[in-house]
Design a protein around this ligand. Structure first.
Ligand code: B12
Ligand code: SF4
Length: 480
């Protein structure tokens, strides 16, 4: 009988970290292991939306010989705790780990004997051998892989993931890697700076095949590290997608402002893209320069205005607490946000993870207070973790004030009665009374925005001819 492998991803312990597809990286590894003759299943708690008790029971019932967990720095302690619990519940089972946290911190985790192997970086080329060694009773320890070439990335077989029949979004990567080196970003350490392209026709075949079997999927999500690095290539993909009449919407993560032009937006509109997100990072010119993104602040404004002119919902991303920032510089970001009037804004708090150059800046100019178990974004219910670093010019308390001022004044949260009460309490606690009237004036517009996004999703379901009914659990999750 083939050995049985369970590949798992746990939720972050917060209401908002739901996923509408099973962990893509684990599905790819499952596809590789299946082809090598293993019996393998992916269990993604964020996707299955299950409590710890039910999730552990589901895996225990599967009785795996080997457990492979994907770890995130943001909730690594939870990941280690659940792994210990699972190993206790499943006698004879051994564990290996990989994912962003292991890629960044694998060397400092190596002393722990919880895992027989810690696999750093993309794992398609090493997972088979590592699993075989662990099942033979060996303990490989730290395993380092090299970036997977485009042609070695398999077509993801989502039937290997539990609950796949409920998928509404289908992730795919057309490329991997990002050659830029923005100071706050760890992606170039996780996925490398080496860009690797997949064959476009192969990707389209993969999408068509998956749309044929996953009947509820209404949106294809491109999760490349830097999807529009080669803009012409990306446009070519969109042209071919439209010509194939695939019908599901196309949504993109991580688009750089300097890659956005009128033709690209028209093509995205033809694919009914639900929104375009511009990563502005900071509205302060000095802070922006320190990020070293290779873009100008004017690129952000130009892209934002163009998206609005094309009547595509505009989302924006800012990072509070970057190197060189102060309370006053964050107010420049707030001013920029208010002037461009995005439909939705993600206010992230900088996390000094390993692999970021900004971390080194804080080691020199400030203080790193925590790294693990911190979140960058506040939850939709306005709960958040404390900033992970500080400087004399911008201490922790002031960072929270700036963060909350931006979040409250742009109504970047879910406004249920309970959360509104929390907004008042936070405003009182952080001396932000002047933000309350601005927030109240912004509420009706946000209500309209959220209603429009929900209607667009309903329309997407009808347009794609999919069978699914609206899902009440998703009603408050506008983005995904
Ligand atoms: C799409 C995406 C999401 C999606 C879906 C994620 C998913 N489950 O597939 C959604 C929106 C749900 C999401 C949610 C979150 N995300 Co997210 N996400 C991404 C993004 C943009 C792409 C991920 C992806 O699909 N990569 C492609 C696949 C092929 O790569 P991969 O997942 O890394 O897997 C490969 C390797 O890591 C390795 N591997 C992974 N796991 C394992 C396990 C084993 C056993 C082995 C051997 C190998 C291995 O092999 C895989 C194949 O090569 C990345 C950024 C990035 N570029 O990586 C952020 C990223 C992974 N997310 C991040 C975070 C913080 C979150 C959230 C906590 C967000 C939040 N609210 O704060 C939640 C947590 C999700 C949860 N578990 O509950 C961080 C993680 C940082 C860190 N150091 O921990 C990243 C790196 C973004 C960033 N720069 O901050 N995310
Ligand atoms: S922020 Fe985007 S462009 Fe910059 S390094 Fe990260 S993935 Fe690349």
């Amino acid at each position: 009988m083939p050995a049985r492998v369970a590949l798992i991803s746990i939720n972050a312990g917060r209401a908002d970290t739901k996923s509408h597809w099973p962990h893509y990286g684990l599905v790819l590894l499952a596809t590789v292991l299946r082809d090598k003759g293993y019996e393998v299943q992916v269990f993604d708690q964020s996707f299955l939306k299950e409590s710890d008790v039910l999730f552990v029971e589901r895996i225990r019932h599967y009785r795996p010989d080997l457990l492979g967990i994907s770890l995130y720095t943001t909730h690594v302690t939870r990941g280690l705790r659940l792994t210990r619990l699972l190993l206790k519940e499943i006698p004879g089972c051994r564990a290996i780990a990989g994912g962003p946290h292991v890629s960044l911190y694998g060397d400092v985790m190596a002393h722990d004997d919880l895992f027989a192997a810690l696999v750093r970086f993309e794992a398609e080329t090493v997972v088979g051998e590592t699993v075989a060694r662990v099942l033979r009773g060996e303990t490989p320890g730290l395993v380092e892989s090299t970036p997977t070439e485009g042609k070695s990335i398999p077509a993801a077989d989502f039937s290997l993931a539990q609950g796949n029949e409920r998928m509404k979004w289908l992730p795919i990567q057309l490329s991997r890697g990002c050659p830029f080196n923005c100071s706050f970003c760890e992606v170039n350490k996780i996925a490398s700076r080496q860009i690797r392209y997949r064959d476009i026709e192969t990707c389209l075949d993969e999408i068509a095949l998956n749309l044929g079997t996953l009947k509820d999927v209404h949106t294809v999500r491109i999760v490349d590290d830097c999807p529009t690095l080669d803009r012409d290539r990306f446009k070519d993909f969109l042209h071919r997608y439209i010509n194939r009449d695939l019908r599901a919407r196309v949504s993109i993560d991580n688009m750089r402002a300097d890659s956005i032009d009128s033709e690209l937006l028209d093509l995205l509109k033809s694919c009914a893209t639900p929104y375009v997100c511009v990563a502005a990072e900071s509205g302060n010119p000095e802070v922006f320069k320190l990020i070293d993104k290779g873009e100008n602040p004017e690129d952000i404004v130009r892209a934002g205005q163009m998206i609005r002119q094309k009547r595509v919902p505009l989302f924006m991303c800012f990072v509070i607490g970057l190197p060189g920032s102060t309370f006053a510089s964050e107010m420049d970001s707030l001013r920029l946000a208010k002037s461009l009037k995005p439909d939705l804004i993600y206010w992230n708090m900088f996390l000094p993870h390993r692999g970021t150059r900004a971390r080194e800046w804080f080691q020199e100019h400030g203080q790193i207070l925590d790294e693990a178990d911190r979140f960058s974004v506040p939850s939709y219910d306005l709960t958040f973790s404390m900033p992970a670093c500080s400087t004399p010019e911008f201490p922790r308390e002031e960072r929270v004030r700036a963060y909350l001022k931006c979040v409250l004044e742009t109504v970047s949260f879910l406004f249920t009665p309970v959360v509104l009460v929390r907004a008042f309490v936070l405003a009182a606690r952080y001396r932000l009374w002047s933000s309350i009237p601005i927030m109240l004036v912004g509420l009706p517009r946000k209500f309209m925005v959220y209603s429009r996004l929900m209607l667009a999703r309903l329309y997407a379901r009808r347009r794609s001819g999919r069978r699914c009914a609206p899902d009440a659990a998703q009603a408050c999750d506008w983005v995904s």
